[in-house]
Ligand binder design. Structure first.
Ligand code: C5P
Length: 242
């Protein structure tokens, strides 16, 4: 079955500092979103990418993508075998993903959801996630062990130290990345059923009571969130171009 990738790219990226939407910031002179689309299109499995743009920026995102597509490409837009669609997003990441799912044509039984903010994910990770869904998992996350010990704290008044209440066993914790891969029907059911605030799509599937599984992620699939991450991303790109 062909695979579609939904790329939520409608966030403003306030933690990165003021300026243009995060997905349109450049890395090595190329918008982050373009790197993310290329990373999905690099997988032979992925034949459609749905980019979810800022609601007031759909036309701009379309023209940026057109400018970076291969010349003389297919009517879909010159991304090799992969077609690219652009749809407007919403107020939250969750809403943006749902709007992307709404735009999926029939026939794609496997859906990846990939943050535009993870522009450098290696294609091997994309393929490993697809393979795990093909092998029967309804939801797959790429995940890495943590370097830091994690503490749970109680909220405290601003400026006061926070009381620590627990230290989960680090060896069983994972930091999860994207692309996350799903059986399409399961992901759609999750988005129709779960209305709690969540930070990733797999946790919605967990709340349905379905089994989510983790496969090894990759350091280079890190999320560009804060200014330091931009420096790291530039360095990773520069090393790849050597
Ligand atoms: O805010 P966070 O870093 O978790 O955002 C992850 C991804 O979700 C980013 O690629 C961002 O553009 C996207 N997003 C979105 N619509 C929103 C908020 C975030 O598509 N309303």
């Amino acid at each position: 079955s062909p695979v579609a990738a939904v790329i939520p790219a409608a966030g403003r990226g306030v933690r990165l500092g003021p300026g243009i939407p995060k997905a349109l910031r450049t890395l090595g002179g190329t918008p982050m979103l373009v790197h993310a689309v290329r990373a999905m299109a690099a997988s032979r499995a992925v034949s459609l990418v749905v980019v979810v743009a800022p609601p007031d920026g759909t036309a701009e995102v379309k023209s940026i993508l057109d400018a970076h597509a291969l010349p003389g490409g297919s009517p879909g837009g010159g991304w090799g075998r992969t077609d690219v669609l652009v749809v407007p997003g919403g107020e939250t990441r969750q809403e943006s993903v749902r709007l992307g799912l709404d735009a999926l044509p029939p026939g794609y039984e496997i859906v990846l959801v990939h943050d535009a903010a993870r522009p450098l994910v290696p294609v091997d990770i994309v393929d490993a996630v697809v393979e795990a869904v093909r092998d029967g998992a309804v939801a797959v996350v790429p995940a890495l062990p943590l370097a830091d010990t994690v503490k749970q704290v109680e909220p405290a008044p601003a400026g006061r130290p926070e009381p620590v209440v627990a230290t989960p066993d680090r060896s069983r914790l994972r930091a999860v990345q994207t692309p996350q891969g799903f059986d399409r029907a399961t992901l759609i059911r999750a988005h129709e059923t779960i209305t709690d605030d969540v930070t990733d799509d797999a946790s919605m599937v967990e709340r349905l009571g379905e089994q989510v599984v983790a496969v090894p992620g990759h350091e280079e699939a890190f999320k560009v969130t804060r200014p330091l991450d931009l420096i790291l991303a530039e360095a990773v790109l520069a090393r790849r171009r050597l």
